[in-house]
Design a protein around this ligand. Structure first.
Ligand SMILES: [Zn+2]
Ligand SMILES: [Zn+2]
Length: 389
């Protein structure tokens, strides 16, 4: 099946570094040398193969029933391929990289999305929310094509979760098919369609989020959006982490801060929020502490005060991004004993709010309406050959 948007190469990083993997074909197929295009073998339907590293030569060794071949890079086709418990369509590329195998699924973007939706959304999410995410994920994948050197995108949340075919259920499949070839556009450019789990009630602006894969400057469609319904309730209020609080003793917080060079502060004295962004997220933080310093002339040691300017992101990372689920939080000192973090939402809060999108779908909004809210000034339009990145 060809797509107007073409092929993507998805790194199966969950398998990277293995010394061997098993592959079972779903239909008759072909084993080829991926470097030269040479057709090495015709494969029978249902045939099982073992791909393994030869550490002496750096080649991939392919073992089938009664034969073995070796190449620098191999490609495998044969219906839906079963690879270590997951099912992948189209082509599997395999070579040796670093300490083990590197597996890449070269896949049509539409089939890729069939494996992204179930990785990113629960199956019970509303159909219009799933369609909205299908359009986002298609736009994100195409605008970020080439993000990793050896392949386009990885199969983890770092890019987008991709779990292969099968676990998605009917709704994810219907959402991909109903939006086939549709993407988000800003003028003639594809939209950097970032999204996160729960915006906590307000999404943030591009300039506030230090993601390494973001475009430079600002974008008119990635800015603060209030995610609230006419009755005054957040569309994402159904999220299990819409409101959260975490308490840490001074010692526990100090230990965590001192593990990260960006927040290392010695003996913690205070945490002060210096700036909150327009969405209510902690942007700039001042940490104060004391570190021991030895006087070289006398040999005596004393504690000297230190002050460190850092960001809400660095603070969240140091404490743990699953513990502090977002930077949309308040920080309260609890006497001298410790700190209380009172927050809302989960994730970076840029672009579409996944749980809010489900709330909107259940309130009767269409995927076009949902996308228009989370990406103001962007439009939904088909990919065309002329406008491909
Ligand atoms: Zn990635
Ligand atoms: Zn939200």
């Amino acid at each position: 099946m060809s797509s107007p948007a073409g092929l993507l190469r998805i790194g199966l990083t969950r398998l990277s570094g293995r010394s061997a993997v098993s592959v079972k074909l779903g239909a008759a197929g072909v084993l080829a040398d991926a470097a030269t295009g040479e057709r090495v073998r015709t494969l029978a339907p249902g045939e099982s193969l073992r791909l393994a590293v030869d550490y002496n030569t750096g080649e991939v060794v392919v073992r089938g029933a009664g034969y073995s071949v070796r190449r620098q890079t191999v490609s495998l086709r044969g219906g839906v391929l079963q690879v270590e418990g997951r099912r992948y369509p189209d082509t599997l590329l395999c070579r040796v990289a670093g300490a083990g195998l590197q597996l890449v699924n070269q896949v049509d973007v539409e089939r890729y999305l069939e494996g992204v939706l179930p990785g990113e959304l629960p199956a019970w999410f509303g159909l219009e929310a799933q369609k909205a995410l299908a359009v986002c994920a298609r736009s994100y994948a195409l605008v970020q094509r080439g993000k990793h050197g050896d392949f386009d995108l990885c199969d983890r949340p770092h890019c987008q979760m991709y779990v292969g075919l099968g676990p998605g259920g009917a709704r994810a499949l219907a959402a991909v098919q109903a939006t086939r070839g549709l993407a988000l556009w800003s003028g003639e450019e594809l939209v950097y369609a970032f999204y996160s789990a729960d915006c906590g009630g307000v999404s943030t602006g591009l300039e506030e989020v230090p993601l390494t894969d973001k475009p430079p400057g600002t974008k008119p469609y990635l800015r603060v959006v209030r995610d609230r319904n006419p009755a005054g309730k957040d569309y994402c209020a159904g999220s299990p982490y819409h409101y959260w609080r975490v308490s840490l003793t001074r010692q526990a917080l100090q230990n965590r801060l001192n593990k990260d060079p960006e927040t290392r502060i010695g003996q913690l004295q205070s945490v002060e929020v210096r700036r909150v962004d327009a969405s209510g997220r902690v942007a700039d933080v001042v940490l104060r502490g004391r570190v021991a310093q030895r006087d070289p002339s006398t040999g005596a040691s004393s504690l000297i005060p230190v002050e460190k300017q850092t960001t809400g992101w660095a603070l969240r990372r140091a404490v743990g991004s699953l513990r502090l689920k977002s930077t949309r939080m308040r920080i309260e000192a609890v006497g001298s004993a410790g700190y209380r973090f009172i927050g809302s939402g989960f994730g970076h809060g840029l672009g579409l709010c996944q749980i809010g999108a489900d709330g909107r779908a259940k309130a009767g909004q269409s995927f076009q309406q949902i996308l228009a809210v989370y990406y103001p000034n962007a439009r939904v339009a088909p990919l065309s050959v002329a406008s491909q990145p």
